[in-house]
Design a protein around this ligand. Structure first.
Ligand code: ATP
Length: 238
């Protein structure tokens, strides 16, 4: 089997003269679930967008197995098995739920595999099956988040990158997203979860990285970080 480890080394992102991310390194091995946490503005989204090639890298390398992702356009990452759920969901509001999901399979085609993928998305999020004919714009924020995750899953990724899936959701819906991510993890999908919600992240991931001012401030197992007094005070409010 080909190696499908995501390896980020010394990543840097600059906006004009402002350095948003510097010297960020981490890996996500196959089947591993890694969290990237930090306060507002810590550089989490910039890191993820730089991985996807959606903002230019000012330095560093990003590899997926033997591939240099610096040479792969964002739209082609899906063919390598990398799924991306952007911040703010970005569903196609004017299209029905099912059409949104089918568009997620554009790279792999609409054959039997696509029908299987659709069935497993509906099993993961039964509410989407109930609403399959509704316009995506008519869904609640939580349902749109499920749709955004479902759409990324339609391409059958091996690695899923998620940017703040819990943002703006009620605690009950955060639980639904948490349950879905835990299930996907159990199925062997590799996850890179970017979150301000540290508690959610620690529940879903085995390792976490704490970003502060664009730099890695701490890394460790999610269990150890969750027990750390500084993390408890700053990120868990305990
Ligand atoms: P959030 O939780 O708000 O998404 P974040 O940890 O994801 O925060 P980033 O959005 O990556 O942080 O922002 C990191 C820094 O880069 C911040 O200081 C932000 O103001 C700055 N920044 C982000 N995007 C741009 C941009 N397009 N142009 C200029 N500065 C930017």
């Amino acid at each position: 089997m080909t190696d499908q480890t995501l390896a980020v080394e010394n990543l840097a992102v600059r906006y004009g003269g402002v350095t948003a991310v510097r010297s960020v390194s981490f890996t996500v091995a196959p089947g591993q679930s890694v969290g990237l946490i930090g306060a507002n503005g810590a550089g989490k989204t910039s890191t993820l967008r730089a991985l996807m090639g959606l903002v230019p890298r000012a330095g560093g390398t990003v590899r997926f197995g033997s591939r240099d992702l610096g040479r792969v356009a964002a739209r082609n990452m899906v063919r390598l098995g990398i799924g991306y759920v952007p911040e703010g969901r970005h569903v196609f509001a004017g299209l029905p739920v099912e059409k949104n999901l089918l568009l997620g399979a554009y790279a792999s085609g609409w054959g039997p595999e696509c029908r299987e993928a659709l069935a497993s998305v509906y099993e993961l999020f039964p509410v989407l099956a109930q609403m399959r004919g509704r316009l995506a714009g008519a869904l609640s924020g939580g349902q749109q988040q499920m749709l955004a995750i479902g759409r990324a899953l339609m391409a059958r990724p091996v690695l899923l990158l998620l940017d703040e899936p819990s943002m703006g959701l009620s605690p009950k819906l955060v639980e639904v997203i948490l349950g879905a991510l835990q299930r996907l993890r159990g199925e062997g999908l590799s996850l890179l979860l970017v979150e301000q919600n540290a508690m959610l992240t620690f529940e879903v991931t085995s390792e976490s990285i704490v970003l502060e001012n664009g730099e890695v401030a701490m890394t460790g197992t999610s269990a150890a970080l969750r027990a750390d007094p500084r993390i408890r005070r700053i990120y868990l409010g305990l």
